[in-house]
Design a protein around this ligand. Structure first.
Ligand code: GUN
Length: 287
């Protein structure tokens, strides 16, 4: 078997095109305006700079007005919280995104909880996390990466109901919300992580395998059930400095039915879902 490659970039462009249509409609409403996103970057982490640039470009494609706030790496927590307060109070800002990771002197949780939950387009606030946990779609925002993964599954005709899903990774931004979303769609979900013994035994049960552990090419073909759908959330550099995912594409593509590539898979989808969340925030603010 040779796996179908799931084109995250093409799917992301479709989602952005729909968002653009909605942005234009919102701008036409009496008292309406285009959705607005504020992106905050502290320091100059090279990967974060690339992400922020890609987010800004996606906003342009989708008719979302974006503003970037670049703060020096030695910014203290108080100054960042002050900026968040100003953005919370600004009625033209629908969504606030603070790029992670933050420098060591700033507590990320303090910053995330300071964001107005109505502007939490990353879906990292406790209110968004709680809304996902209890299945309230009318409150909070779904975190972008796992929400994008659900769209990718849908795009290859996978309905999780009754399937075995294995999520490798338990972070607050991917693993945990991913498990909840798959559970909400009636999959039987297992969460594995760095301290799981016999990982291969567990991953081999998966009809849906989501790799989000952050270890280069750790999922190899022998760990995958024939015909499984494999989504690679990893974004790593190998020993040669080459960008790669958590999945060993070569061996896994011989076993899986469908596989998302790195780059061009989950990355663009995360950004497309951020745009969707920003449009949703604007709809709530204008509605
Ligand atoms: N750093 C890595 N992924 C993300 C993300 O989805 N949002 C933010 N704000 N920072 C990140």
């Amino acid at each position: 078997m040779t796996a179908q490659i799931i084109d995250g970039k093409a799917l992301a462009r479709e989602i952005e095109a729909r968002a653009r249509k909605r942005s234009e409609e919102l701008a036409q409403l009496p008292g309406g305006r285009r959705p607005g996103l504020a992106v905050v970057l502290v320091g100059e982490d090279p990967a974060s700079c690339v992400y922020v640039r890609n987010k800004t470009r996606a906003c342009e494609r989708a008719g979302v007005s974006s503003r970037e706030y670049r703060l020096p790496a030695d910014t203290n927590q108080e100054a960042l919280l002050k900026l968040i307060g100003e953005l919370n109070a600004d009625p033209t800002v629908d969504g606030i995104l603070v790029q992670l990771p933050l420098p060591g002197q700033i507590r990320a949780s303090a910053v995330i909880e300071a964001i107005d939950p109505g502007k939490d387009v990353d879906g990292f606030h406790m209110l968004s996390a709680g809304a996902l946990l209890v299945g309230r779609r009318d409150e909070g925002f779904r975190p972008c990466t796992p929400a994008g993964v659900m769209k990718m599954l849908e795009s290859v005709g996978v309905n999780p109901e009754g399937l075995e899903a294995v999520v490798v990774g338990r972070s607050n931004i991917v693993g945990k919300p991913q498990a909840l979303m798959l559970l909400e769609d009636h999959a039987t979900v297992t969460v594995a992580h760095s301290r799981t013994p016999n990982l291969a035994e567990i991953t081999r049960r998966a009809d849906i395998l989501v790799a989000a552990a952050g270890r280069a090419r750790m999922i190899t073909g022998d760990m995958v059930k024939p015909g499984a759908v494999v989504i690679d959330v990893g974004m790593n550099r190998d020993e040669e400095g080459k960008l790669c995912g958590d999945v060993d594409e070569k061996s896994v593509s011989e076993v899986a039915r469908a596989l998302s590539p790195v780059p061009g898979g989950v990355g663009p989808m995360t950004i497309a879902m951020l745009i969707s969340n920003t449009v949703l925030a604007a709809e709530r603010h204008l509605g």
